[in-house]
Design a protein around this ligand. Structure first.
Ligand code: KG4
Ligand code: ZN
Length: 331
């Protein structure tokens, strides 16, 4: 079965055609990130306007005259203006082409980047970690469509923390890659790390995270130091965020007695995070998506739709910006 996936939840306009949930036949991503660099972050109206400009050319390029069996679209969570562009376009196409349309939860979809990698496929039960710009969620996935939320951030998401800390250091948007690049420079400097940032909630007996305090600690450091060594601070920020993500995932794996782990979300593109997870889970089945499938794209939307196939008449499908990772099942 060939599914056309459509993704417009934030600042990427993406479409992809996936065969049987695992094989990428085509994929196109257009990002308005350059525009957001000018403002140091996303302005929702700007993102929505860009979605409108690119949605048709992106879908056309991904389709490239292929015949599809169904469409899938991200209905939430995300920025409502951006979501609406994808959802209304998908509904129109489904109606005109008379094809089934499957609504997809963006957070669940991120996890499916792990099914698109060649080779070994994930097995259930599995612990999933979704770390993106807007979300940090730890889940237990018993099978397709059965997701139990174990914990998540109480304030800022991990990606948001990268973005906000980068801003404090005067680095560009998006902050994750900018901090990773600055941190790599620190490794080259071979100087000693003289800064210790907090590892929020590291030893608390739950699966929750909190990253806003870390941002405040970074602000205090920036104010304290006359000439900030941004490479040193970036390195410590990256260490602090990744330490907590690894520790809480380890705790979930231990408590639920599973030996399969799925990482996903934009922050998973972080090289240091990938290294730390690989060394922490040497004896488990650890799945990390290819870097280009970590950040937003439509391949995982189509894959998620295939494995959770539930087509609805287009009239019933609506954008829902506040969807959580367990929801959708209600559709
Ligand atoms: O999943 P994603 O593309 O969009 C959302 O659904 O939010 O994630 C974007 C987030 C941004 O916060 C960005 O800074 C972060 O992922 N990110 C990274 C890296 N690449 C992207 N964070 C750390 N290291 C990276 N290399
Ligand atoms: Zn995302």
């Amino acid at each position: 079965m060939k599914i056309l996936g459509i993704e417009t939840s934030c600042d990427e306009t993406a479409a992809a055609v996936i065969q049987d949930g695992e094989k990428i036949l085509s994929q196109v991503v257009s990002s308005s990130v350059k525009l957001h660099q000018k403002t140091g972050g996303i302005i929702p109206e700007t993102a929505a306007r860009e979605q409108l400009r690119y949605i048709i050319p992106v879908i056309k390029a991904a389709l490239d005259k292929q015949v599809i069996d169904a469409l899938a679209v991200t209905v939430g969570p995300g920025l409502i203006g951006s979501l609406l562009v994808g959802v209304e376009t998908a509904k129109t196409l489904a109606s005109v082409w008379q094809k089934p349309l499957i609504p997809v939860n963006h957070l669940q979809a991120h996890l499916y980047a792990n099914w698109l990698k060649k080779g070994k496929k994930p097995k259930f039960p599995t612990i999933g970690l979704v770390v993106s710009g807007g979300h940090t969620d730890l889940v237990l996935m018993k099978k397709h469509g059965q997701i139990k939320w174990l914990g998540g951030t109480r304030d800022d998401a991990a990606g948001e923390c990268f973005d906000k800390c980068a801003r404090l250091l005067g680095l560009s948007y998006p902050g994750g890659p900018a901090i990773a690049t600055a941190a790599a420079k620190f490794k080259e400097q071979k100087t000693k790390n003289r800064i210790k940032l907090p590892r929020p909630m590291l030893y608390e007996d739950n699966f929750d995270f909190s990253f806003s305090g870390l941002k405040t600690a970074v602000l205090a450091e920036v104010k304290k130091q006359k000439n900030i060594n941004s490479a040193l601070l970036a390195n410590e920020i990256q260490e602090a965020i990744t330490d907590v993500l690894v520790a809480k995932t380890k705790k979930a794996v231990r408590e639920y007695g599973v030996d399969s782990i799925l990482l996903s979300g934009g922050v998973t593109a972080n090289v240091r995070l990938r290294e730390k997870f690989k060394s922490a889970f040497k004896h488990s089945l650890l799945f990390i998506p290819p870097t280009e499938l970590c950040t937003d794209n439509a391949t995982f939307v189509a894959s998620c739709a295939y494995f959770n196939y539930r087509a609805l008449s287009w009239q019933k499908i609506q954008a829902d910006s506040g969807l959580n990772i367990e929801e959708m099942i209600k559709f």
